[in-house]
Design a protein. Structure first.
Length: 135
C-alpha cells in the first residue's frame, strides 16, 4: 500500500455516464454528488457501488472518496461510479488489481457496449424493417 501524500483522481464510464473519483487520506467517508453513500438510493445501486469498497477490506477506513457523476441514467451512473472507485483504489493499492479482475472485470475495464443506431424505414427500431408484399 502506497503512502497517500496527494489526491488520486480516476474516472469511469458507462454509456453516456462519466464519473470522476478523488481519493484522499481520511476516515472512510464516501460521497457521490455530495450525498453520503449510506443515503444513496435506490439500494440496488448503492450495493453495486459498495462492491469495490467491500473487496478492498481495511483500506476503506483510511481513505475518503468523493465522486462527481454526470450523464446517463441511474444504472449507468452507478456502474461508472464503481469503475472510478475501483480504479482509484488500484492506484492507491496495486495488489487489489488481481482481486478486482477475479471478482468482476468491469470493475476496472469499461463496458464498451452502446445502443445500436436507428436505421431508415424501421419505425424507430434499430433492425425491424417495414414489411412489404408484392403479391
Amino acid at each position: 500500500m502506497l503512502e497517500l501524500s496527494k489526491t488520486i483522481n480516476e474516472s469511469g464510464k458507462r454509456k453516456t455516464a462519466i464519473a470522476r473519483a478523488a481519493l484522499s487520506k481520511g476516515t472512510g467517508k464516501v460521497r457521490i454528488n455530495n450525498v453520503p453513500l449510506e443515503l444513496y438510493e435506490p439500494k440496488v445501486y448503492r450495493m453495486r457501488i459498495e462492491e469495490p469498497l467491500i473487496l478492498s477490506g481495511d483500506i476503506r477506513n483510511s481513505i475518503d472518496i468523493t465522486v462527481k457523476v454526470i450523464g446517463g441514467g441511474p444504472m449507468s451512473q452507478s456502474d461508472a461510479t464503481r469503475t472510478a472507485i475501483a480504479r482509484a483504489l488500484v492506484e492507491h493499492s496495486p495488489r487489489l488489481k488481481q482481486v478486482f479482475l477475479e471478482y468482476d472485470r468491469h470493475l476496472l475495464v469499461a463496458d464498451v457496449r452502446r445502443k445500436e443506431t436507428h436505421k431508415p424505414n424501421t419505425h424507430g427500431h434499430a433492425r425491424a424493417k417495414k414489411q412489404k408484399s408484392y403479391r
